[in-house]
Design a protein around this ligand. Structure first.
Ligand SMILES: Cc1ncc(COP(=O)(O)O)c(C=O)c1O
Length: 340
């Protein structure tokens, strides 16, 4: 018997359900399973991607708690921070972003960072080493700072990945169940980029309930399999503590493929940029080098190596990230054409 799980209050921010369709040309070219895409890059324009689904629930809680200031953190080109900045502006929250500079800071803000500034967020940028060493104390210092000013801050963890954020992709799994019914398919595997674990936590729980038998595969873009398995289970345990569902979350299968991380977080090899170019030209689908392109390149490599030969249909969730591509435009391989 499946367990009844009801959603907590959410703000209606994302354009959902998102489109779901088959990448016909690419699938035919590869000669493997049909590749279906869930277009979560279309959840909004500038605030789009996967984070808005989590923030619909997280910001509903912040608002219900009477908070007026959001504090969150991430990399300099964090999609999560950009989405928080824009949605915070839309909803009337002040937003403070604590960003980790890996040395990619440019004189003129680019990509996600440019949008953070446009959204009016306060931005504090820390060198990588200080951010990694002092992250927890920086967050609590800023929280104290706002409390001392009489504000009501709400701290959102990196990627909005915790028990609250789980709802975003739990909800997406319900959509997937309807998408599969409408398309008349029963895919065995759903792939997506995994970075802070929350998307995978929500999908793992949601598919368990709504699409039993469909395996969620997180394509790691930074840490290894062991890290993500622990993180996803921790987020799910937090969810079950917060909302009181007696589900043995530790028994849920968490599958992670960490073979396509490449040089490291935010750094993609030439094969990822080649995939980005090919998929954009063949299917009009734009991927990014940090998350979706890296994960999709991994999926294509798995298909080419015959590892998915037993599957008739596989699903890729496009989690967004286009602004990160713009920030790495030099590596796309295009230069100014000669004038006609
Ligand atoms: C575009 C994009 N895709 C995928 C992910 C991974 O999602 P999660 O952090 O929930 O693992 C992120 C954020 O980390 C992202 O910004």
């Amino acid at each position: 018997m499946t367990m009844e799980i009801s959603l907590p209050p959410r703000l209606n921010l994302a354009q959902i359900p998102t489109p779901f369709y088959c990448l016909e040309k690419l699938s035919a070219q590869l000669g493997g399973p049909r590749i279906w895409v869930k277009r979560d890059d279309l959840t909004e324009s500038a605030a789009g991607g996967n984070k808005i689904r989590k923030l619909e629930f997280v910001l509903a809680e912040a608002r219900a708690a009477g908070c007026d200031t959001l504090i969150t953190s991430g990399g300099l080109q964090s999609n999560h921070c950009r989405a928080t900045a824009l949605l915070g502006a839309r909803l009337g929250f002040a937003v403070h972003l604590l960003l980790r500079d890996e040395g990619e800071f440019t004189e003129v803000p680019d990509g996600n960072l440019l949008l953070d500034y446009l959204a009016g967020a306060a931005v504090s940028i820390y060198p990588r080493s200080r951010y990694l060493k002092e992250h927890a104390s920086l967050v609590s210092q800023w929280r104290e700072h706002y409390l001392a000013e009489g504000k009501k801050p709400w701290v959102i963890p990196v990627g909005a990945s915790d028990g609250h954020g789980v709802w975003g992709y739990f909800n997406c799994a319900r959509e997937l169940a309807a998408d599969f019914r409408q398309a008349g398919i029963r895919p065995g595997k759903v792939f997506h980029a995994t970075g802070s674990g929350g998307t995978q936590a929500g999908l793992t729980l949601g598919c368990h309930i709504h699409v039993p038998g469909c395996q969620v595969v997180g394509m790691a873009v930074c840490d290894d399999e062991q890290y993500f398995r622990a993180k996803v289970h921790a987020d799910l345990r937090h969810w079950s503590q917060l909302y009181g569902y007696a589900l043995d979350v530790d028994s849920l299968d968490v599958t992670v493929n960490d073979r396509y991380i490449g040089p490291g977080y935010g750094v993609a090899g030439a094969e990822v940029f080649a995939t980005i170019r090919e998929v954009a030209a063949l299917e009009g689908l734009v991927l990014d080098p940090v998350y979706s392109g890296k994960a999709f390149q991994g999926l294509l490599a798995e298909i080419r190596s015959g590892n998915l030969a037993g599957e008739s249909d596989v699903v890729f969730i496009h989690t967004g990230g286009i602004f990160g591509l713009l920030a790495q435009r030099e590596q796309t391989g295009f230069s100014r054409p000669p004038r006609d």
